[in-house]
Design a protein around this ligand. Sequence first.
Ligand code: ADP
Ligand code: MG
Length: 224
Amino acid sequence: MPVLSAQNLSYSYKTKYQTVQAVKDVSCDLNAGTFYALIGKSGSGKTTLLSLLAGLDTPQSGAVLVNGQNLREMDVDMYRRKQASVIYQSYNLFPLMTVRENVMYPLKLLRHSDAGAKNEAQDALKKVGLDESYWKRLPAMLSGGEQQRVAIARTLAVHAQIILADEPTGNLDTENSAQIIGLLSGLAHEENCCVVVVTHDSEAAKAADIVFRMDSGRLKEETA
Ligand SMILES: Nc1ncnc2c1ncn2[C@@H]1O[C@H](COP(=O)(O)OP(=O)(O)O)[C@@H](O)[C@H]1O
Ligand SMILES: [Mg+2]
């Protein structure tokens, strides 16, 4: 069974003057252990589709199934804390928390003990290559690539099954981008996660097992 399944998803933004249909009748099955790239022009609906899969928005029609269960019938807050983790271009770290506190934060929400959260956080940080010398720094004292690695450690620490990344390398140079893509593909292939990466980076798309293209709200699988 796919971990995540989109069934005829549609989503429109309605403003006072117009309606923009951002996602049109999109269906796909996404599996564990697979690294997906989602490409397409700016404005084609990639971020909107990711938001629907992440439970941040509710489709006007169609359904998102998580391990076969309709997201509408699930506790969406718990889904977002435990199962699905979103990574953004702008890292979205808490600026006044240390690196370690940032990674511990979702674990605290899940009511892990302080000591347990600290251990999990440190293990995750080591996995993304950030040793002890980073743990007590604030995000502003890190490079962009390092900040993105903290964001990845945060998803590693909760053992999220689904990783949704929206242009995670958009602010990074080639070398740092390659590192981030390597980590994300490792999450798919070594930790058995379902990883979806929205990207403009052709290297990232090359690393993917399956490439989807959004075109004016519609989704198509690219064939090599
Ligand atoms: N909050 C919003 N209100 C109105 N229109 C929006 C909003 N967010 C996105 N859109 C429109 O929806 C379409 C898809 O946007 P988006 O999903 O952000 O595309 P992409 O991520 O591929 O650039 C675009 O036409 C965009 O202008
Ligand atoms: Mg976008």
